[in-house]
Design a protein around this ligand. Structure first.
Ligand code: FAD
Ligand code: SIN
Length: 536
């Protein structure tokens, strides 16, 4: 059989902090493909605002960072992983600065000693390193520059990975990855890529909800692909809602950073009254699950469209220098945050669960790694603490790079890959099925699987997703695939994993809050919800 697949040592699916962190950490003798669905920058990383947590202040400690992470995660975090990640905070910041990321400082220099540290919910100390209020942009742009300059890295922008290719010829007959099928969305052409190592760095799945802070690419593709290939996933019920997205008809997904509350911003009802102190003694700086639930409660109790976030009591120069991007963007939407409160609502923000990996980012399949938001490492438990995510991306990029380098010291022979078979499909004349199901899915996930859940609502969602998935699989079997359709399929598969996990957990804790099981059985709660695919 002729095999026209392009071959690499390592394929990295995703070009955010996790994907580019890995590409830049692997040795230069390896040939690497980096793929992204749109351009290199378009992922959650670029939009990160608050910053990256790291213990840098003398009065802070690794122990305190670990304790805060575990407390925010409602005790469900894996303590060995928390220790690993927290211990690499300073090293990760140093690595970013060595790669030309410029962080905000107290003075004119960018030396580690003078980095300005901000605060966010759940953190007992100032430990969030940031680049004003556009940390993600600073990280993404600097890493893009490094990656394009490398001769061993080939970049495939506008390439959508459809599925993984596996066989059973791994060590001792284990399932192993050998490549993937890719849709070139500019040329509408499908081809295969071959490699003994594939890393999924595809980000989260928050687009499964109608309202989200995430960019359009966050459609759970990695989770869905890994599940279809036979990997276990864990803790998918813990979808995080960020408490404060701007409430404005034209402000699609616009987040108002938690650092605004970290620097003194207050949450108010329409009559100007504060409400958070009644819910938690940490008030506006309680972890996100607590704040989002309190806002949801007040909005439903009072029948209001939003609550308000007010930092106008601080000086104009302070606000303009700490939050220049937010200040400008809010002005574009007609709000002057130096003078008035901003209307805010919660929106889906972060996927705490994901593809199960070990401490090297390795999944259940030989040669297949998952890092960044798509992975479940055990760090976040039932609720991720603010600014721990980019840190996790960087730490697991490094861990995986070491493991992959070792693995590739024993070269495996790979098979010829079967070409993508389009002999039985036709062009769709029913694109309405895709757009209708897209809206329906995200609406019922918001209504039935949102911040407050009940078993009845989850069962309604389960009935709907079963029907939807049947329709989607029929469509997949009969029509040429498009990027929109592939995203819908991945969202629907991921939604089913979220619903199944939520139905399995019979306690409320962290981000999973169900009115039918309010009592917390601590022993039962402290078990991960693990789903195993039938293919294993
Ligand atoms: P992403 O950066 O999302 O990158 C995913 C990549 O995968 C993209 O390149 C995408 O094109 C690609 N991809 C996906 N599917 C496919 C496919 N099928 N084929 C090819 N390519 C694919 N975290 C913090 O720690 N601090 C913060 O201050 C912070 N602020 C945030 C603010 C906002 C508005 C948002 C949305 C998130 C924020 N987070 C923050 C969370 C954090 O940004 C993300 O968790 C993290 O950046 C995820 O990085 P990643 O590399 O895993 O994925
Ligand atoms: C924010 O700036 O509020 C987002 C921080 C995060 O999600 O970690």
């Amino acid at each position: 059989m002729s095999d026209s697949s392009l071959s690499f040592d390592v394929i990295i699916v995703g070009s955010g902090a996790a994907g580019l962190g890995l590409a830049l950490s692997l040795p230069e003798h390896l040939s690497i493909a980096v793929l992204s669905k749109l351009n290199l920058s378009e992922g959650a990383t670029f939009y990160a605002q608050g910053g990256i947590s790291a213990v840098l202040d003398e009065i802070d400690s690794l122990g305190a960072h670990q304790k805060d992470t575990i407390k925010a995660g409602a005790g469900l975090c894996h303590e060995d992983i928390v220790e690993l990640v927290v211990s690499k905070g300073k090293e990760s910041i140093d690595w970013l600065m060595a790669n030309n990321v410029k962080f905000s400082t107290h003075g004119d220099t960018h030396s580690a000693k003078k980095l300005h540290l901000t605060k966010e919910g759940g953190h007992s100390h100032r430990r969030v390193v940031h680049a004003e209020d556009s940390t993600g942009r600073a990280v993404q742009v600097a890493l893009n520059d490094q990656v394009v300059a490398k001769g061993n890295i080939q970049i495939f922008e506008h390439h959508h990975v459809i599925d993984l290719i596996t066989d059973n010829n791994g060590l001792s007959g284990q399932r192993r990855v050998v490549g993937c099928y890719v849709l070139n969305t500019k040329k509408d052409r499908i081809f295969s890529l071959k490699a003994p190592c594939v890393t999924l760095a595809t980000g989260g799945a928050s687009k499964v909800y109608l309202y989200t802070s995430n960019p359009d690419v966050s459609t759970g593709d990695g989770i869905a692909m890994a599940w279809r290939a036979g990997c276990r996933v864990a803790n998918m019920e813990f979808m995080q809602f960020h408490p404060t997205c701007l409430y404005h008809p034209k402000a699609k997904s616009f987040l108002i950073s938690e650092a605004v509350r970290g620097e003194g911003g207050l949450l108010l009802l329409p009559n100007g009254q504060r409400f958070m102190p009644a819910f938690d003694k940490r008030a506006e700086l309680a972890p996100r699950d607590v704040v989002a639930r309190a806002i949801d409660h007040e909005m439903k109790r009072l029948g209001i469209d939003s609550v308000f976030l007010d930092i106008s009591h601080l000086s104009r120069p302070f606000i303009q220098s700490h939050f220049p991007m937010l200040y400008r963007k809010c002005l574009d939407f007609g709000f002057d945050m130096t003078k008035e409160p901003l209307p805010v609502v919660p929106a889906a923000h972060y996927t705490c669960g994901g593809i199960m990996t070990d401490r090297n980012g390795l999944t259940d399949i030989e040669g297949l790694y998952a890092i960044g938001e798509t992975a479940f490492t055990g760090l976040h438990g039932a609720n991720r603490m603010a600014s721990n995510s980019i840190l996790e991306c960087l730490v697991f990029a490094k861990q995986a790079s070491k493991h992959i380098t070792q693995y590739l010291k024993h070269p495996a022979s790979l098979p010829s890959l079967l070409p993508w078979d389009e002999s039985k499909v036709i062009n769709s004349d029913e694109a309405i099925v895709v757009s209708h199901n897209w809206v329906e899915l995200r609406q019922f996930m918001w209504d039935y699987v949102g911040i407050v859940r009940t078993t009845k609502r989850l069962q309604r969602a389960k009935n709907r997703i079963t029907l939807l998935n049947k329709e989607i699989e029929e469509y997949y079997a009969n029509y040429h695939v498009t990027s929109d359709f592939l995203e819908l399929r991945n969202l629907a598969h991921t939604a089913e994993l979220i619903i199944d996990s939520a139905l399995k957990r019979k306690e409320s804790g962290g981000l999973h809050y169900t009115r039918d099981y309010l009592a917390l059985n601590d022993k039962a709660f402290k078990k991960d919800t693990i789903l195993t695919p039938s293919r294993q």
